[in-house]
Every structure is written in structure tokens, then in C-alpha cells.
Ligand binder design. Structure first.
Ligand SMILES: Cc1cc2nc3c(=O)[nH]c(=O)nc-3n(C[C@H](O)[C@H](O)[C@H](O)COP(=O)(O)OP(=O)(O)OC[C@H]3O[C@@H](n4cnc5c(N)ncnc54)[C@H](O)[C@@H]3O)c2cc1C
Length: 398
């Protein structure tokens, strides 16, 4: 039987960071079921790795489901601490999103692996069993264990819904997060078209951003972020059942105008520009390649001259510009970027990430019931909680 001070299960960003943090004080083994570390990390940010978000911590915390729990991790390991691990710089893009200047997720992974120093790494090692006295798969004994097995989505990266049973902790419902949505309507004709800076809404949730049409439905940052609100609004638990989705979302295609503004503008413009065809006039309001789909959907003829658009049609146009709806029938779950839910935070010490039920058992990363929107927020969770779990487990080692 091999013996270690700390065994870390899962070699994603959370597990790797935990190993880095603990390795200064402890004999650490990192157990990864794949033949390499950080498979999901390599996919992040479209391969560019949106590694974190640079908002000040206080503001940043408001974007997560549990800011009180996460604040200890975020103050223990800041973005500056993260940047200092690498020998290249980072660039800041819109909405404080941070990327490596090399624009390669592979460079981030390599930089992290370089810091693993004396950590023992076992590849192709899938943890299936942890005994009460911390013997793993009947072959490795550790004084402490950090579970960093990630979420339930993207199984091709090593994640797996079955992993939650390894945690032996109370769990919340497990749901899809940051997922594209499937529409009842066939959108293949406009697949690839983007709507810029629109507002998507579901019940009381409203999110402004871009929407992208795919062959099966809707995606893009605004939709992906809205999917979290939708997922949390439906009662289901992936540990037991799949979601039943049957709902409507609306897109405000002209968020800078009220209905009254549009009414006034159209009334004036339709007189002055009476000979202009409707489809050409709408270019000032809508993405070009979306106009004919939009007009077909609302039953208006794009070749109609503005002077011939009657009052009823004008009202229909305005109503649909402000509230263009889609029936949603499912999550495009194979592309859900994160898992919502996980290890119940009520049974963990937020200052150490140790279980309050099992001494010596720690958790980090997506396996926890913490999540954020797109924009570097989820890797922020992984790195900060990974560091705090690793540091705490290492510090308390005797
Ligand atoms: C396509 C895509 C793009 C994304 N882009 C971004 C982005 O740009 N910015 C951002 O902030 N977030 C992004 N995310 C989310 C982010 O990647 C995750 O939140 C993050 O990887 C979670 O880190 P983790 O270490 O907790 O889990 P993971 O990265 O999932 O790592 C878990 C590891 O544990 C291993 N493992 C699991 N079970 C076992 C077991 N039983 N035994 C041994 N090993 C096991 C897995 O093989 C895996 O290597 C993206 C996600 C996806 C899918």
C-alpha cells in the first residue's frame, strides 16, 4: 500500500491548484483518470482560456450563487496570486475577462504542471472507492483527501455523474448550467447568425448580450447565462431524472427603444421614407441576415413599401421587435459548460473547505455547489477553492 499525506482526486484546474498549494508542506499524490491532466481546461475560452475575471473581489462575488461561502477562497488566492504562477502576461478583454497573452489554454496548463514539483501523479487512475479510513481503490492510503472531480457535463473530459457518490457528503440537486437551448422551431436556415446586444428574458430574469442561432436552437453568451436561471427554475435532479423543459423565452431585439419610442419613430419614418421597402428599413434595427426569417415569422412582406404598412402590421412589427419569442424544449446538454449544484456547502467549513462531517476530507472546484456565469468566473472558482483546499489540508498536516 502506498502512503501519502494528501491524496487529491481529479487533475483539473481545482485539483492541480490544490496539489500546488499543498506540495510545499506535504507528500501529495494527484490521481487522474485520464492519461493527461486538465482536459477540460484545454477547451476553455474556445482554446484561449478565459482564466479569470478581473473585477474587484467584492463586486465579483455578487455574480456567484453563494458569495459568503466563496469570499474566503477568493481572498486567500487572488488573481495576482494566480498570475504570479506564470512566466507570461495576461490580457484583459471586455467585461474584465482575462486571457493569457499567448491566447493558448495549453500554455496555462503547462505553466501549472511546471509548478507541480514533487507531486506524485498517477494517470489512468480512476478512483472508484474511498474507504472510511481513507484507503483509495484498496491501494493508496492518505491522511487527507481532497475531492476535485469536477461536474457532470462533458463526460469526454473525465467528468461523470457517478462521481458524486464518491463524495459521501450531502448533495444538492444536480443540474445543467451554461447550456445552449433547444427550440421547437427548426432554425437551420439561420444557423450561424448572431443578434448583437439584445435582451433575452425568461420570467423575471433579463440578460443583455449576444445571441447566436445554431442548427438546433439558441446559444451565445446571453442565452448561456440565461440557461442558469432557467435550469434553477425547473425542478429536477440529474442524479434521479432528466429535466422536462417546456417554456418560452423572449428576445427584445431593440432594447434601447421603448414600444412608444418605436411607435413615434415608425410613424414619422414611414411617412418620410414611404418608398423604402420594409426589409431595407429594418437594417437599422436588426442583423441583416436575420431580417427575412423575422418577417416570415411575423407574417409581414419584406418587399412592402413603408407607406403601405397598415396600423395593425406596424403594431405587430413593434410588438415582435420588443418581444420575439421562442418555445424551448430542452437544454442542449451535451454542450452544457458547467454543472449547477453539487456538494452541499452547509456541511463544509468555508474557511478551509474541509467537511464538517468527515475530518480530513476536503472539496474544491466544480464538484461544489457553487457556480457563476460565463466570463472567467468558473475557473476563478476552481483555482481559488483548489488553492484554499490544498493550503488548508497542507497547513493542518501534522
Ligand atoms: C467547453 C468549455 C469551455 C469553458 N470555458 C471556460 C472559460 O473560458 N472560463 C471559465 O472560467 N470556465 C470555463 N469553463 C468551465 C471550467 O472549465 C470548469 O468550471 C472547470 O474546468 C472546473 O474545474 P475542476 O477542476 O473543478 O473540474 P474539471 O476541470 O472537470 O476536472 C476534473 C478532473 O477530475 C478527473 N476525475 C473525475 N472523476 C475522477 C475519478 N473518479 N478518479 C480520478 N479522476 C477523476 C477528470 O478526469 C478531470 O480531469 C468551460 C467549460 C467547458 C466545458
Amino acid at each position: 500500500m502506498e502512503k501519502f499525506d494528501i491524496a487529491i482526486i481529479g487533475g483539473g484546474p481545482a485539483g492541480i491548484m490544490a496539489a500546488i498549494a499543498a506540495s510545499g508542506t506535504s507528500r501529495v499524490i494527484l490521481l487522474e483518470k485520464n492519461s493527461s491532466l486538465g482536459r477540460k481546461l484545454l477547451m476553455t475560452g474556445g482554446g484561449r482560456c478565459n482564466i479569470t475575471n478581473n473585477k474587484p473581489i467584492k463586486q465579483l462575488l455578487t455574480f456567484f450563487n453563494d458569495k459568503n461561502f466563496l469570499k474566503h477562497s477568493f481572498y486567500s488566492f487572488t488573481n495576482e496570486d494566480l498570475f504570479s504562477l506564470f512566466d507570461f502576461d495576461f490580457i484583459e478583454e471586455d467585461d474584465n475577462r482575462i486571457f493569457p497573452e499567448t491566447e493558448k489554454a495549453g500554455d496555462v496548463l503547462e505553466g501549472l504542471i511546471d509548478k507541480l514539483g514533487n507531486v506524485t501523479i498517477k494517470y489512468n487512475f480512476e478512483v472508484k472507492k474511498i474507504s472510511e479510513d481513507f484507503i483509495i481503490n484498496d491501494s493508496i492510503k492518505a491522511d487527507k483527501i481532497i475531492i476535485a472531480t469536477g461536474g457532470a457535463t462533458y463526460p469526454q473530459t473525465g467528468c461523470n455523474i457517478e462521481n458524486y457518490s464518491l463524495t459521501s457528503q450531502p448533495l444538492t440537486d444536480i443540474r445543467y448550467g451554461l447550456s445552449p437551448l433547444v427550440t421547437t422551431k427548426d432554425l437551420s436556415d439561420i444557423a450561424g447568425v448572431t443578434l448583437y446586444d439584445v435582451v433575452v428574458s425568461y420570467k423575471k430574469s433579463k440578460i443583455r448580450g449576444n445571441v447566436l442561432f445554431s442548427h438546433v436552437g439558441l446559444t451565445g453568451p446571453a442565452i448561456i447565462n440565461l440557461s442558469n436561471e432557467i435550469s434553477e427554475g425547473i425542478s429536477y435532479n440529474l442524479l434521479e431524472d432528466d429535466p422536462e423543459v417546456d417554456l418560452e423565452i423572449a428576445i427584445d431585439l431593440c432594447p434601447d427603444y421603448t414600444r412608444e419610442n418605436l411607435q413615434e419613430k415608425f410613424t414619422a419614418d414611414f411617412q418620410i421614407k414611404g418608398k423604402t421597402m420594409l426589409k431595407n428599413y429594418l437594417k437599422a434595427f436588426l442583423t441583416n441576415s436575420f431580417i427575412s426569417f423575422f418577417l416570415d415569422e411575423i407574417g409581414l412582406d419584406g418587399d412592402l413599401q413603408l407607406s403601405r404598412v397598415d396600423k395593425k402590421s406596424k403594431n405587430r412589427l413593434i410588438e415582435n421587435l420588443k418581444r420575439f419569442t421562442f418555445e424551448i424544449s430542452d437544454f442542449n446538454s451535451s454542450l452544457a459548460k458547467i454543472t449547477i449544484g453539487g456538494v452541499d456547502l452547509n456541511y463544509l467549513n468555508p474557511k478551509t473547505l474541509e467537511s464538517t462531517l468527515t475530518a480530513g476530507l476536503y472539496f474544491a472546484g466544480e464538484v461544489l455547489n457553487v457556480h457563476g456565469p460565463t466570463g472567467g468566473y468558473n475557473l476563478k472558482i476552481a483555482f481559488s477553492t483548489g488553492y484554499l483546499a490544498g493550503f488548508s489540508a497542507g497547513e493542518k498536516h501534522d
